[in-house]
Design a protein around this ligand. Sequence first.
Ligand SMILES: [Zn+2]
Length: 505
Amino acid sequence: MDGVQRAHDRVAETARARPAGAARAPLGFSALARRGARRRPSANDPDFGPDDVRDLQSLAGNRAVAELHQPSVQRDGPDGGVPAGGTPTAGAPASTPGPTDAGTSPSGGVPEDPHEQLRRAFSERTPAAVGAVSDFGVATDAERLTLITIMLETVPFEAGAAGTVRRIWQAFGDRLPRVASDRSELWERCNVAGAQLPEAWLGAGAGHAAVGGGEEVGGWQYVVAGAFDYQITGDAINVTVKIAFVPDAGVTVPVSQWFGYVTSTWNHYTAVNQTDRTQKRRIEFKPVQAAGMHSVTVHAGGGRANAGEYYVGDSRAASTIPHEFGHLVGLEDEYERNAADYKRVTGEEPPAAATDTLTAAVTAGEIRAAIMQPEHLLEFHTTAVERRMGALNRVLYANHFPSYYSTPETRAVAAAYKTAYGSELSADIVAQVDQDDEVSNFRDWREGVVGIFEYTNTSIMGNSDLAVAGTPEHEHPVQPRHVRRFAELVEGFLAHGAWKPEADH
Ligand SMILES: [Zn+2]
């Protein structure tokens, strides 16, 4: 180790290395897809009739939308809809006024008029009577929601009931996503009862996102592979992250403790519409133990965690697990980054350097001489690398530099190096000290050296242990930039305003 001391308290990860030089993809929404297609009712669905087809076709651009705000007495008559299923019970008390009773008299006891069918549905309040309504487009929003609650009074659903419930929801037309979001609890109750409402009908109000790309940390390449489900409700955006723990033999995963670390760290933000601050959605992260999204191997002992491997003996689990959770939702590291990546990822200027530029320039020259030692003819490449390592270690030791995390002095050296030689010191170390099979911990050694000439933030995605009391990062290791993506999802769905994340709870 020769003067480079291992830090004890760092947040870090290894593994997931990828071939050096592989193309880097910008981090962002590499894929954002609704998943509802697989749940879309098909003609094979026994609970799926001609009305479903018609209503599906009219889901977008439902002309009935224009009628929704009209008083019921002004509505048009039947629109040619095909009566659905059940025959209304003859002899029902026609005198009972329903919410949409427009004053028309029963026409011979076999009502074909959807208004009449609707009146009977409210009069009888049975699934059969509701199911007999051929066109829920004639109902108001409030009436449709009431009809749904009537259907939910008889669970489990009788035959045909699921189709009826789907037809009622479909009658909201292109406003369905917004109504379902505002009434997410009702939507969920319908699904619990067996309505099989397709998630695709929620539009941008729900979906699955895969976010990822490559990153370079401490001179090594990694891959961030984020994935999450989200659903926007009337007061929140719920972000579900499925994690399948795969423990080694004899290892018990402290799931509830770890998930508690995640929620206590991450669930403090609300997306707030800056143009109408009464409009808010809490940003709620929900880690769940389930397959199909992320797989995490869990080992005994206290090794160095990464997004795919945790350790039950990690004494710093309270910050390690929330840090790794950040990767699972697609966030990059904010430690040991070069200047350009640091600015791009954090949106901040790199931390300041020491002002003693003369001393820094001298040290930069010593490091330059150490790492640029030429490779002699006929010697092994690793022999030259070892010679450079030894010389570099001596310079670091003489200057009492730490490892992994930069100080004002090491940042001044990096700045002086760039001024004098035109390149990044961290990149030159990576290029000149590229391998040594004789040094078993070469990977850690080089990261420890490269890291001090790079930049580390004090947020949860950097090293929150470095945060100083009184700074925003100390108060909230999760910073607004880390949850901005979710405020953007809310803004995109609601299609109005300017939504920003604010720490308020
Ligand atoms: Zn990390």
